[in-house]
Design a protein around this ligand. Structure first.
Ligand code: ATP
Length: 634
C-alpha cells in the first residue's frame, strides 16, 4: 500500500515537473489560460440571467439594474477572446516541446543502460511504443489543471441549477451516467491497445520487412510478398476488429443514453414553463435552464473526460516512471572499480552460467490469442532481477563454465552453431552480466568494474558489424572517441583493417558520406562495410582485450589472410605492452590453429581445451573437426 502510494506520488511529481522542465514560461501561461476558460463560460450564462431578470417586468428599463449583468458579460467575452487567441498556439508549442523533451529523455535512458539485455525485453519495447503513441497524454501539467477547471465548472452549473430548483440536479446525474458509459468504453479501448501492443509491433515489423532493402532481396527471391502482406493484414485486423467491436458496443449504449437524457431535458423545460406560468419561477430561471441545458451534458462529459484524462495521463506517466526506474535499476552504478593498467594474471570465468533475458518466460512474446498480462503494466522494476536482466533462465546458454584465459595469449573459441561462443564473447565485453558465477579480470570481478572504463580498454570486431552511415572518417574514427578526428590514427587503422582499397575507391576519400539514403551518399558492399568495421576496431590504442567474433565472414580470402596476419602482429605487440588477451571466434581451423589456446565449446560448456598440437594428439572433437575441414580443402 505504502509502495503504491509512493509510486503514485512520484508519477504525479513526474507529470507536474515534465512540462515545467520542458518549457517553464509556456507551462505557466497554459495554467492561467485553463483556469480562466473554466470559470468564464458558466459566468457568461449567469451574466445573461442577470440581464434577463433585470429586463423582465421592468418597463421602462432601468439601466442601472441591467448594468452589472452587461458589464460582467462584457468582461467575460473580452477575457475569453484574449485568452482563447493565445491558448491554441501556446498549447501546441508546449505539446511539441514536452514531446521532444520526453523523446530525448527516453533516448538518454535507453542509451545510458550499459547492458544490451533491454533491447530484447518485450516489456520495454511495449512501453516505449505506447509512450510514443500517447505523447499527447504526456503534454503537461495544464491538462491536470483542466481537472481543477472542470470541478469549478461543475460546481457553478450545480449552483445555477440548484438556484432554479434542486430537482434539476437529476438532469446532471443522468448526463453523468451516460458520460460514465462513454468513459467505460474508452477505458476498454485503452486496455485493448495496451494488451495488443505486441501485435501492432509484429504487424509493423512484417510490413517493414516488405519495404526494407536488406530483407527485400529474400522476400522477392522466395516470393514471400503476398504471404507476408496477408499475415500482416491478419494480425492488424485481429487487433482492429476487437477494437471496432468495443467501439460499436459502447456507441450504441451511449446513443440510447443521450436519447433518454434529451427526453428528460424536454420534460424539465415543460415543467419549468408550468412553474413560470404559475408564478413559482421567473423568466430568467427559464432562460438559465435553456442556456445551461447544453452545458449540462458538456459538464458531465467534461467531468468524465477529466477523470479519463487523469487516468490516461497517470497510465502514461506510470510507464514513463517505470522506464526511469528500469534505467536506474540497470545502470550498474555500483560498478566503480577501474580496469588494471596492464593485465598480469588473466581473465577467469568462475562457475559462470548465463540465460538470455529474452529466453525468460516473460520475454516470450504473447501468442495471437494470448495477449500480454495488463496487470503487470504498473509493477515497478525495483531491482535488476525484476527487470528480467538477471533472472535465472529456463534455457541456459552457458552452464557452470570454468575457464582461464592467461594474460598475453591468443585464445580461439570453436564449436558448433549455438554452442555458446558468442555468448562468452558478450560476457567478456560485459554486454550482459552472468546469471550466476563471475568473470574476473586479474582477480577483480568484471561486475565491479565501471562498464564504460572497461569498454575503453577493449577492442572488438563482430560478425554482425554496424554499418555506420557517417562520413567515412567518422565511421572509422568513432572506434575511439577521444581521437576520432586524428587523421593520422584513422589512416593507420584503415591500413590495419585492410580498408585502404575501400577509402581509395571513394571520390572524396575519408570525407565521403556513406549511405545511399543521404544526398551524395555512397553505398558499400557487405565486405567493404566489414573492412571499415575492422578499421574501427583498430582505433583502440591500448586495449586489454581484443574480441574478434567471426569478424571476417564477409571478406574475400586474400583480405581475410591479411587481416589475421595484422591481428597476429597487433596481438603480439599488445601482449608485450598491456598483457592483452586476444579472443578469436572462428569456424576456419586454418586460422584457429595459430592460437596459443583453443577452447572447444559445446552445449553451453567447455568440451576440450589446449593448444592445437595437444588437441590433435588427444584425438577428440577438435581433431575430428580439424581433419574434416582439412580433408574438404585437399
Ligand atoms: N539474444 C539471444 N536471446 C536468446 N537466446 C540467444 C540469444 N543469442 C543467442 N541465444 C541462444 O544462446 C545459445 C548460444 O548462442 P551463441 O550465439 O553463443 O552461439 P555460438 O556458439 O556463437 O553460435 P554461432 O556459431 O552460430 O555463432 C543458443 O542456443 C542461442 O539460440
Amino acid at each position: 500500500m505504502i509502495e503504491q502510494l509512493r509510486r503514485a506520488f512520484s508519477t504525479i511529481r513526474l507529470w507536474i515537473t515534465t512540462a515545467f522542465k520542458a518549457s517553464p514560461g509556456l507551462a505557466v501561461l497554459m495554467c492561467i489560460s485553463v483556469v480562466l476558460s473554466s470559470v468564464l463560460s458558466p459566468l457568461q450564462v449567469y451574466a445573461i440571467k442577470l440581464v434577463v431578470d433585470a429586463l423582465s417586468g421592468h418597463t421602462p428599463i432601468d439601466p442601472s439594474a441591467v448594468l452589472p449583468g452587461v458589464v460582467l458579460l462584457g468582461v467575460c467575452l473580452l477575457v475569453t477572446a484574449v485568452s482563447g487567441s493565445f491558448a491554441g498556439p501556446t498549447g501546441d508549442t508546449l505539446d511539441e516541446k514536452v514531446y521532444w523533451y520526453v523523446h530525448d529523455d527516453l533516448l538518454k535512458l535507453t542509451a545510458g543502460i550499459p547492458s544490451i539485455g533491454h533491447h530484447e525485453d518485450r516489456r520495454l519495447a511495449d512501453r516505449l511504443a505506447l509512450i510514443e503513441q500517447d505523447r499527447h497524454q504526456l503534454a503537461g501539467v495544464y491538462r491536470m489543471l483542466s481537472v481543477v477547471g472542470g470541478v469549478t465548472g461543475t460546481i457553478t452549473v450545480v449552483a445555477m441549477l440548484w438556484s432554479v430548483s434542486p430537482t434539476l440536479i437529476l438532469l446532471l446525474l443522468l448526463a453523468t451516467a451516460v458520460a460514465g458509459i462513454q468513459a467505460r468504453g474508452w477505458q476498454q479501448q485503452r486496455k485493448l491497445i495496451r494488451t495488443h501492443e505486441h501485435l501492432r509491433r509484429l504487424g509493423t515489423k512484417i510490413t517493414d520487412s516488405l519495404t526494407e532493402a536488406p530483407t527485400g532481396v529474400e522476400v522477392r527471391c522466395f516470393g514471400l510478398g503476398h504471404t507476408l502482406v496477408k499475415v500482416a493484414a491478419d494480425i492488424i485486423s485481429l487487433r482492429h476488429n476487437r477494437y471496432a467491436r468495443i467501439t460499436t458496443r459502447f456507441a450504441r449504449r451511449v446513443s440510447v443514453g443521450w436519447v433518454v437524457y434529451g427526453i428528460g431535458y424536454a420534460v424539465a423545460v415543460f415543467w419549468l414553463l408550468g412553474q413560470v406560468r404559475a408564478g413559482a419561477a421567473s423568466i430568467g430561471d427559464l432562460t438559465l435552464l435553456l442556456l445551461v441545458g447544453p452545458q449540462i451534458n458538456t459538464t458531465a462529459q467534461g467531468m468524465t473526460n477529466n477523470i479519463r484524462m487523469v487516468v490516461g495521463a497517470l497510465d502514461s506517466f506510470g510507464r514513463y516512471q517505470w522506464l526511469h526506474d528500469y534505467a536506474d535499476a540497470n545502470t550498474w552504478q555500483q560498478s566503480t572499480a577501474r580496469p588494471p593498467a596492464v593485465l598480469t594474471d588473466g581473465i577467469r570465468f568462475d562457475r559462470v552460467s548465463f540465460g538470455y533475458p529474452s529466453a525468460q518466460p516473460d520475454g516470450v512474446p504473447g501468442g495471437l490469442d494470448r495477449p500480454a498480462d495488463a496487470s503487470s503494466e504498473r509493477a515497478a522494476p525495483t531491482s535488476p532481477a525484476r527487470t528480467g536482466e538477471l533472472q535465472p533462465s529456463t534455457a541456459l546458454a552457458l552452464d557452470d563454465v570454468d575457464l582461464f584465459l592467461p594474460a598475453g595469449t591468443t585464445v580461439a573459441f570453436v564449436g558448433e552453431n549455438g554452442a555458446g561462443k558468442s555468448t562468452l564473447v558478450k560476457l567478456l565485453a560485459r554486454l550482459y552480466d552472468p546469471t550466476a558465477g563471475s568473470v574476473r579480470i586479474d582477480g577483480v570481478p568484471l561486475a565491479d568494474i565501471d562498464p564504460a572504463a572497461w569498454r575503453d580498454r577493449i577492442s572488438a570486431g563482430f560478425q554482425d558489424f554496424a554499418r555506420l552511415e557517417f562520413l567515412a572518417a567518422d565511421s572509422v574514427g568513432v572506434g575511439d572517441l577521444e581521437v576520432r578526428d586524428d587523421r593520422g590514427l584513422i589512416g593507420s587503422a584503415v591500413a590495419a583493417g585492410q580498408a585502404d582499397p575501400v577509402i581509395g575507391s571513394l571520390t572524396d576519400g575519408l570525407d565521403t558520406q556513406l549511405g545511399r539514403r543521404f544526398t551524395g551518399g555512397v553505398g558499400l558492399s557487405g565486405g567493404q562495410w566489414q573492412r571499415l568495421a575492422l578499421a574501427r576496431a583498430f582505433m583502440r590504442r591500448r586495449p586489454l582485450l581484443m574480441l574478434l567474433d567471426e569478424p571476417t565472414a564477409a571478406l574475400d580470402p586474400e583480405a581475410e589472410q591479411a587481416i589475421y596476419q595484422q591481428y597476429g602482429e597487433t596481438a603480439r605487440r599488445l601482449a608485450a605492452e598491456t598483457g592483452a588477451v586476444t579472443v578469436l571466434v572462428s569456424h576456419r581451423f586454418s586460422t584457429v590453429r595459430m592460437a596459443d589456446l583453443i577452447v572447444v565449446v559445446a552445449d553451453g560448456g567447455i568440451a576440450e581445451i589446449g593448444s592445437h598440437a595437444e588437441l590433435m594428439l588427444a584425438g577428440g572433437r577438435y581433431a575430428e573437426l580439424f581433419e574434416l575441414q582439412a580433408h574438404a580443402y585437399r
